[in-house]
Design a protein around this ligand. Structure first.
Ligand SMILES: NC(=O)c1ccc[n+]([C@@H]2O[C@H](COP(=O)([O-])OP(=O)(O)OC[C@H]3O[C@@H](n4cnc5c(N)ncnc54)[C@H](OP(=O)(O)O)[C@@H]3O)[C@@H](O)[C@H]2O)c1
Length: 378
């Protein structure tokens, strides 16, 4: 049965700084040539989705203001943060970067996908009962892969693969990764083992060290122990890492890594140089887990760089055939290398509760959640 509307989650910030999260109906139109209509079954809540969903709201002000059958959550965005989100003020923003579902209608030229399970990315938001997607933007998943298994097929898997593309393009042979017990970090660990690329994983607890070691990781360091800087230097010396991907962003982790790399390179010099070691050391900050200032100390030498990094921009640098081969690799690895773990899920209405928002905003290890836009088990 094809519905006449799609129900979707909408986030709005009014010009005077009121955030409101609600559900909204949008008329469904039949897919056009080369398009399919996907009944969305599962979509992950990733840290980047939270940035869009909640914006810079003060989470302590969030309140449930809905009435039965019409859930609404509201909160206050501090006036000082409004400038950063000026371009979205007053607009209804749909949320959810990616998801998976079943093709329930197809336009001319896309009939081969009817009834198939596909993963997709959508700028229109995946927290919706239905989405119209260009067939070429769908990733057909192998038989036996459920929408739940395919829900995170784009963002994290392609990010790990693009990290290795950056590593190769820039001539590094090993890498350091922070917040490494994340869903992405566990994936990167499996991928690096598969590729034989040395990886130094930095985490922030003993449990997270154990978690990655159980998954075969060789170099896992706990940044909270006193001898962390020494252990980091040893691991960098052993692996030869001159590249790091830092998901934390705020604070001084990027600086600590650069300093350790610089020390290792300096130890190799036979003569003193006031400029330090000439080997270039690069940290890409690719996450905002700590939104505070990024602090770089002066012990990093001269040959260093810190930059931003976004998967979709990296993907755009690659040859379309390479992109296709990376996507095929993800599709075949969804139950192994590129598998994601979830702590649970919510239907569209349940997401708009303080209990659900409280859980997803923890961004904690192995605590990723799904949205089930058509209900769990649909
Ligand atoms: N730039 C890009 O293209 C791109 C693409 C994909 C993902 N990302 C980023 O990749 C990161 C990981 O994503 P994910 O989906 O794998 O996340 P996830 O599974 O939700 O895991 C988040 C991890 O970060 C840790 N963490 C949270 N806050 C931290 C902090 N302040 N300092 C250190 N560790 C912290 C958590 O550890 P605890 O349990 O100790 O809290 C947890 O292990 C996110 O920052 C995401 O935005 C970026």
């Amino acid at each position: 049965v094809i519905r006449s509307t799609s129900l979707e989650l909408v986030s709005r910030i009014s010009p005077d700084g009121r955030l409101s999260l609600s559900l909204s109906d949008r008329p469904l139109v039949r897919p056009g040539p080369g398009e399919v209509l996907v009944e969305v079954r599962a979509a992950p809540i990733n840290p980047s989705d939270l940035l869009l969903l909640l914006g810079p709201v003060d989470v302590a002000t969030l309140k449930y203001t809905g009435v039965s059958g019409n859930p609404v959550v509201e909160g206050v965005v501090p006036a000082s943060a409004l400038g950063a989100v000026k371009a979205r003020l007053g607009k209804a923003i749909t949320v959810g970067n990616e998801g998976a579902g079943v093709v329930v209608d197809a336009g001319p030229g896309a009939g081969h996908l009817l009834g198939r399970t596909v993963a997709f990315r959508s700028s229109e938001g995946s927290y919706a009962t239905h989405r119209t997607i260009r067939s070429g933007d769908c990733l057909e998943v192998p038989e036996g892969v459920s929408p739940e298994m395919a829900a995170s097929a784009f963002i994290n898997p392609l990010t790990t693969l693009c990290m290795l593309e950056t590593l190769k393009r820039e001539g590094h042979r090993a890498l350091v990764h922070t917040a490494a017990a994340s869903n992405l970090g566990q994936m990167l660990n499996r991928l690096c083992i598969e590729e034989g690329i040395p990886l130094v994983s930095i985490v922030r607890s003993e449990d997270q060290v154990a978690l990655l070691r159980e998954q075969g990781a060789t170099h896992v360091l706990d940044s909270t122990v006193p001898d962390f800087p020494h252990a980091l230097r040893d691991a960098i010396r052993e692996t030869g890492a001159t590249l790091a991907f830092d998901a934390i962003g705020g604070g001084s982790m990027a600086s600590t890594i650069l300093a350790a790399m610089e020390q290792v390179e300096r130890d190799k010099l036979t003569e003193y140089s006031r400029y330090g070691a000439p080997t270039h050391k690069q940290v890409y900050i690719y996450g905002l887990l700590d939104p505070g200032p990024r602090i770089i100390q002066t012990d990093v030498g001269t040959a260093w760089g810190v930059g931003g990094w976004l998967m979709s921009w990296e993907l755009a640098k690659l040859d379309p055939q390479v992109v296709m081969s990376l996507k095929t690799r993800v599709a075949t690895g969804l139950q192994t290398t590129f598998a994601s773990r979830y702590a649970g899920g919510f239907d569209l209405g349940e997401v708009l509760t303080l209990a659900a928002i409280g859980r997803v905003t923890q961004r904690a290890t192995n605590q990723k959640y799904l949205v089930y836009p058509n209900g769990q088990g649909a």
